[in-house]
Design a protein around this ligand. Structure first.
Ligand code: XMP
Length: 317
């Protein structure tokens, strides 16, 4: 029987006590965990919390600006760092999924480290680590931690000698959402689907180019907006689109086309360790498929992923 009010009260007191007048830096991702961690710390220490929100160029369409504005509206002391070009140029020509993750992890640390050096005399690094992250990163068998290298935990380079503060370390996701609600965070933000740290890079199979990112952002937006307007978004645990590295033949008017194929994925899950594909209504799939093909230039075919985890994973890479 977890009570979010009591948690907030105790944690704010504990953070005040622990951090005192020190400065704290925190990386915001746009996700639920880092946002709730930031708002808790902000309640405890106000402007001494320095938030950094990095655009890796692989976020959803318009997400960097929209979420940054939202953070500012919440009164957070946040700096948006637009490093999209740097990430994309480091990723150019790279197709291997694990190499993509490693590059993104490394560049993120470089950008974050540069930014934290600009904050004079910062003493702490705050992270939105939650209990399942802790378990997954220590467990020998934790499937996604061992099969894919996640970066949610332990991304601290040696040369950043900061003390770590993780206010959500003992909480499960649903408890984090309840704490967020108690803190008055926008329910829409709290209800957001999980989104992987490496972002759209692992949903573009093969090498990544700015053009492919843009195509996938446009496709993803049609799909996610569609889920929302059909009242399906909150019935799905996670959804997204994948840009496949193949072209297929199509026809438009009396022209033959030879364009990209995208896959749509929507899953039900509780923790991401296992997942079932969602039986989205055929009418919805038909509408979304037509919208994607009509609106997004360069795509002439849409397929729906009907694989469960295991043996498939949620992401394709
Ligand atoms: P998989 O594909 O392993 O995904 O079934 C399980 C959950 O983890 C997310 N995921 C990641 N999250 N960094 C992250 O922060 C990653 O490298 C990564 N790979 C997968 C995935 O979106 C799903 O929620």
């Amino acid at each position: 029987n977890f009570t979010p009010n009591a948690f907030v009260e105790e944690m704010v007191a504990e953070l005040k006590e622990k951090v005192g007048d020190d400065k704290v830096v925190l990386g915001l991702s746009g996700g639920v965990d880092s946002t709730v961690a930031a708002v808790l710390l902000h309640q405890a220490i106000g402007k001494n919390l320095y938030c950094i929100f990095v655009n890796n160029g692989l976020l959803r369409k318009n997400e960097f600006q929209n979420v940054l504005d939202q953070y500012k509206g919440m009164g957070l002391n946040v700096k948006g760092v637009d490093s999209g070009d740097r990430f994309l140029s480091e990723l150019a020509g790279v197709s291997d999924p694990e190499t993509k993750r490693k590059i993104i992890g490394r560049v993120f640390i470089e950008v974050f480290d540069d930014e934290s050096h600009l904050i004079e005399d910062v003493k702490w690094l705050a992270q939105g680590t939650i209990y399942p992250d802790v378990i997954e990163s220590v467990s020998v068998k934790g499937p996604s931690a061992t099969i894919k290298s996640h970066h949610n935990v332990g991304g601290l380079p040696d040369y950043m000698k900061l003390k770590i503060v993780e206010p959500l370390r003992m909480l499960f996701k649903d408890e984090v959402r309840r704490v967020g609600a108690t803190l008055g965070i926008d329910p829409e933000l709290l209800g957001r689907h999980p989104f992987p740290g490496p972002g759209l890079s692992i949903r573009i199979l093969g090498d990544i180019t700015p053009e492919k990112v843009q195509i996938l952002q446009d496709v993803d937006k049609v799909f996610i907006d569609g889920l929302k307007s059909w009242g399906l978004y909150n019935k799905v645990w996670q959804a997204g689109a994948i840009l496949l590295p193949v072209n297929s033949v199509g026809v438009m008017g009396d022209e033959r086309t030879y364009e990209k194929v995208v896959a749509l994925r929507a899953v039900e899950s509780t923790d991401g360790m296992t997942a079932d594909w969602v039986h989205l209504p055929y009418d919805f799939l038909m509408k979304v498929s037509n919208d994607i093909i009509n609106k997004v230039k360069g795509v002439n075919r849409v397929v729906y992923d009907i694989s469960s985890k295991p043996p498939a994973t949620i992401e394709w890479e």
